[in-house]
Design a protein around this ligand. Structure first.
Ligand SMILES: Cc1ncc(COP(=O)(O)O)c(C=O)c1O
Length: 404
């Protein structure tokens, strides 16, 4: 039994359920032998960075995996997105249409590319940007549409493509959470003008840090290669405003040494998500965000839990309690209801009722290589304990809040 009485909860002074933290990121290890082998070659050759052979090999492998002509790696997905927006924007300081319910760092990237984010609400069932809202938000100053695939569902790709074409606006996909997933049998990577992926350690392909853009547009690929290298051409001339956005060789080695394991990572993710559903099956008022398996083959990166409205404790209280038990769950995209506050209401194409509701609903549960089936069963026991003892827990939480 994980807890016997309410004072066993770590938030009331008991021992934490987990000795070491249970995170929400993938944190996969590479094939260590392979990583050492490539790293030794890097050290021996002293070719540490500047578009070296390991970056080159990684880019080629990723082109094959995504069935696309060009892959341009970057130091992280953020610099990649800034570079893409800077290259494709129709106006020098226009607007980038993007979903409101997504990674809270995204609007900053538009600002770094001298653009203004323009938030659109999302579909309540799939959580992806609503194409009709996008259509309505297009105006004279629209520079680009930045659509984001959700882990559980793809954007409405066809309708967005149609809208982008009719209005002659570039369409870019942030596919960070669709990495190694596929849409109608085709891997993500070649939709829209380009797609962007992350190699952050918490993502499915671990390069410590890193990111990449995939595209079939040779002109865009060449402009991005120049941009990530200070704007220098191969001859050393400055062709455009650039940045140091290069991926280094060791980070590329890490990603290369992880790449062969991707099918088993996806398989473990799928099993983990299924195990969560089984282990929590007899706890009242729990639902899991379903993965759309009709058009998409997902990567099962997250386990997203929903508490029914009549659950006896709030989402935020539950997150607070289990984090102190070292289960580092968090509210899924929880601060997106504050966008109007951070970025001024003028940036919202319209009110964002769906985003504001969704931002309060889900718990992003611990996942990744550090979460075992046994951990999931212990979490289920903990949730059942919290459910059964909710009124006493709430009374004690209220009491401690009053004292503080
Ligand atoms: C949807 C999305 N886009 C972009 C990023 C930025 O990725 P990076 O950390 O590689 O800059 C993230 C990071 O979590 C993300 O979730």
């Amino acid at each position: 039994m994980v807890k016997r009485v309410v004072s066993d909860l770590a938030c009331f002074g008991g021992k934490a359920l987990f000795h070491s933290v249970k995170p929400i990121g993938q944190l996969s290890l590479p094939n260590i032998e392979r990583f050492y082998e490539i790293s030794l070659e890097i050290l021996t050759s002293r070719r540490f960075t500047n578009n070296g052979p390991v970056v080159h090999e990684l880019e080629q492998r990723l082109c094959q995996t995504h069935a696309v002509e060009h892959c341009i790696t970057f130091a992280n997905a953020s610099v990649a997105i800034i570079s893409v927006l800077d290259t494709l924007a129709k106006h020098k300081s226009g607007e980038v249409i993007m979903p409101a319910f997504t990674y809270i760092g995204l609007p900053h990237l538009a600002k770094w590319a001298s653009q203004t984010p323009r938030f659109c609400d999302v579909d309540p069932a799939t959580h992806v940007i609503d194409p009709e809202r996008v259509n309505a938000a297009i105006g004279e100053s629209t520079s680009c549409i930045l659509a984001v695939h959700q882990v559980n569902a793809p954007c409405n790709i066809e309708r967005l493509q149609q809208i982008a074409k009719e209005n002659d606006i570039p369409l870019v996909f942030d596919s960070v959470h669709a990495i190694f997933a596929s849409y109608l049998g085709k891997p993500f990577g070649s939709f829209g003008a380009c797609e962007i992926f992350s190699l952050h350690a918490t993502k499915i392909l671990n390069g410590f840090e890193g990111g990449y853009v995939t595209t079939n547009d040779s002109n865009l690929a060449s402009a991005l290669r120049t941009k990530r290298n200070f704007g220098f051409t191969d001859e050393g001339h400055t062709a455009s405003i650039g940045i140091n956005g290069k991926l280094n060789e060791v980070h590329a080695a890490m990603a290369l040494a992880c790449l062969d394991d991707i099918p088993s990572i996806l398989d473990r993710n799928k099993r983990r998500v299924a195990h969560y559903a089984d282990a929590f099956a007899n706890i009242p008022g729990i639902r899991w965000v379903a993965y759309s398996e009709v058009s998409m083959m997902p990567n099962y990166e997250f386990a997203l839990l929903h508490l029914s409205e009549d659950w006896p404790l709030s989402r935020n209280d539950v997150v607070r309690i289990i984090r102190i038990e070292n289960a580092l769950a968090r509210g899924y995209y929880e601060h997106t209801d504050q966008l109007a506050k951070y970025f001024s209401k003028d940036f919202c194409a319209h009110d964002l009722p769906v985003t504001c509701r969704l931002a309060r609903e889900f718990i992003q549960m611990p996942v990744g290589e550090l979460v075992s089936n046994d951990d999931i069963e212990r979490l289920a026991e903990l949730f059942l304990f919290i459910y059964r003892n909710a009124s006493e827990i709430k009374r004690r939480l209220d009491q401690s809040q009053n004292v503080n």
